[in-house]
Design a protein. Structure first.
Lengths: 362, 261
């Protein structure tokens, strides 16, 4: 039985449709991420699962039970917000204990549970403090403790790391995943940050304009994007229009002027069925810049010119031109970065590429 | 040179504003029947006379009861109105806000006459209820302004968090929203009390015969003669209307620091 089931849910605000006919099964105990840019409907979906918004159409079920008409306070969910939303007038211990007041839990039992929850988020000594006396990271841990102490059926996280600064965010990411695994609670995580999504999720649901673009494990979504949107949103990708000349053999053979023949493994192009125009996806970090004349090492090679360099310390983003094609490459810097104007050889492997059918959608 | 002039000017302005009040307070402790300087001695006899003056004590009780009831009703209504206006999408929200705030903008005499005529038209006579209703109408905008400002600063997330943890909307209001709103509720209530306690224009129109509040009592006493009792009464009024808001502000500040808002 899945922990959360969405059946063809639609959310309209007046004339605007925020979520189009979305169906989804979230497995018990899994960590699922709704990933997409702002306005893609991910938060709206989360709020519908939480019961803070009513779906215009469709059904929502939690643990097999339809909850459309169950108000939020009877759904037994843990909710964590971007800005922590701790109760400023209550101590940390009272914040964490809040949900237990509305459950059949004795005073001693509540005390024990609060202590255990604070232990789990590694802040056992802060019970007597007030939220404003804590740092952002600490506040978010307390918010998490408050949400899990009630043993929710589903834990809903609405961009919980976005308000933290970069270093803290990475620590919290690891921490959050550890806590989720240790209690095994089904978790729905909303973020616009692909790194967070890739690092934490069992399953990623990529959304755009109220529609699901792709559902899959992080590696699948990253390596085999189902749509151009996914290819562009997760990491930097180069999308080139090529001709598929043969799809009958073991791979998809592509022809692109100025490029050698590219034969992509079939599993990297599941939606390409036959000859015709296709979109070739080459990830920026799979495109390696080498000095001309360097041995190809079995990689495909294209001559190019560096047009611009975006220096990033340990790596650099290169904007290159190969014939009529402009592309990006992200490479680790080994010695010195290539300078603008340098002639280089672009090297890549066919098995690192993916191919998509040409989309008629704008 | 210029600065010195400004300083002297400032002092003069303050003297102009506060000297009459200081004189009233000072004369209320005058032992002599006739208020003149130099004072012949200090005494609290006028406070005693005040205490023993039944009419004044009755007016005092009326004012206190009226003020407390006005404050209670205005605060409850003001909180409910603010919740509706801030937390819910209601059609014509801006219009309703303007209408609720309007009593501050309309001259009090106009408001007083309008309410009186309206109730006459409905065949309601003057009564304590009418007086109370008038005071509520007149103090409600202050409560709404204060409470609304505070409510806007309370994030909806906090209430949603409480709901998600199992508190019903009602429980959420009493456990989260109201405590966070308390400084504004207290301030609004104090405003309402002091304004009601102080009011004379509306009260003169609305009060039924035989009922006097402190300001109307002073007013009618002044028509006969200037008794030194009035100085004592003035002093009491000053202490109440200045002291209460100050105490209130102090309480609000303590509450606010403790709740971290």
């Amino acid at each position: 039985m899945s922990a959360v089931t969405l059946s063809k849910i639609v959310k309209r605000f007046g004339d605007y449709t925020a979520v189009h006919q979305m169906s989804l099964e979230i497995a018990e105990g899994s960590f699922v991420t709704l990933l997409g840019p702002s306005g893609c409907g991910k938060t709206t979906t989360l709020r519908m699962i939480a019961g803070l918004l009513d779906p215009t159409e469709g059904d929502i079920a939690i643990k097999g039970k339809r909850v459309n008409d169950v108000p939020i306070h009877k759904r037994n969910l843990g909710l964590v917000f971007q800005n922590y939303a701790l109760f400023p007038h209550k101590t940390v211990a009272d914040n964490v204990a809040f949900g237990l007041n509305y459950r059949d839990v004795s005073k001693d039992e509540a005390k024990r549970k609060v202590a255990a929850a604070l232990e789990l988020v590694q802040l056992p000594d802060l019970g007597a403090r007030y939220p404003k006396e804590l740092s952002g990271g600490q506040q978010q841990r307390i918010a998490l403790a408050r949400a899990i102490v009630i043993e929710p059926d589903v834990l809903l996280l609405d961009e919980p790391l976005s308000a933290l600064d970069a270093n803290l965010r990475e620590d919290m990411r690891v921490e959050l995943k550890r806590i989720q695994q240790s209690i095994g609670v089904t978790t729905v995580f909303v973020t616009h940050d692909q790194t967070e999504a890739l690092a934490m999720s069992d399953q990623i649901i990529v959304m755009s304009e109220g529609r699901v673009e792709q559902v899959g494990a992080p590696e699948d979504v990253y390596n085999t994007p189902a749509t151009e949107f996914v290819a562009k949103f997760l990491g930097a990708s180069n999308l080139l229009t090529a001709q598929c000349v043969d799809a009958a053999g073991g791979g998809i053979v592509l022809d692109l002027p100025g490029f050698p023949r590219i034969e992509i493994p079939k599993e990297r192009a599941p939606r390409v069925s036959g000859p015709g125009p296709v979109r070739l996806v080459i990830r920026a970090e799979k495109l390696h810049l080498k000095a001309p004349q360097t041995p190809a090492d079995g990689m495909l090679s294209v001559d190019a010119i560096v047009e611009n360099v975006d220096y990033q310390g340990q790596s650099a983003r290169y904007f290159v031109r190969a014939g009529d094609h402009r592309m990006q490459a992200v490479n680790m810097i080994e010695d010195h970065p290539f300078a603008a104007g340098a002639r280089v050889a672009l090297r890549f492997r066919a098995k690192d590429c993916a191919a998509l059918p040409v989309e008629s959608r704008p | 040179m210029g600065w010195r002039l400004i300083r002297i000017y400032t002092i003069l302005v303050y003297l102009f504003m506060f000297l009459p009040i200081a004189v009233v307070v000072l004369l209320s402790f005058n032992a002599n029947q006739f208020g003149s300087f130099p004072m012949t001695g200090l005494s609290t006899r006028w406070f005693e006379t005040l205490w023993n003056n039944d009419a004044i004590m009755r007016a005092f009780r009326t004012s206190i009861v009226l003020g407390l009831m006005t404050a209670a009703i205005s605060t409850v209504l003001g909180v409910l109105a603010s919740l509706a206006l801030v937390r819910y999408r209601i059609p014509g929200r801006n219009l309703i806000t303007t209408l609720l705030i309007a009593p501050i903008l309309v001259p009090e005499v106009v408001l007083a006459v309008a309410l009186l005529l309206f109730l006459n038209f409905l065949n309601f006579g003057k009564s304590f209820t009418l007086l109370l209703a008038g005071h509520v109408i007149f103090t409600l905008p202050f409560v709404i302004l204060v409470v609304q400002a505070r409510l806007v600063s309370i994030k909806r997330d906090v209430e949603e968090a409480a709901l998600s943890l199992g508190a019903s909307p009602m429980q959420t209001f009493f456990a989260i929203t109201l405590p966070l709103l308390m400084p504004a509720v207290a301030a609004g209530g104090l405003f309402a009390f002091t304004i009601s306690f102080d009011d004379i224009t509306g009260t003169l129109f609305w009060k039924p015969g035989g009922i006097e509040t402190v300001p109307t009592q002073i007013f009618s006493m002044l028509r006969n003669s200037i008794s030194p009792e009035i100085n004592a009464l003035g002093t009491v009024m000053i202490v109440l209307t200045v002291g209460l808001p100050l105490i209130g502000a102090a309480i609000a500040r303590t509450l606010a620091t403790r709740s971290g808002a």
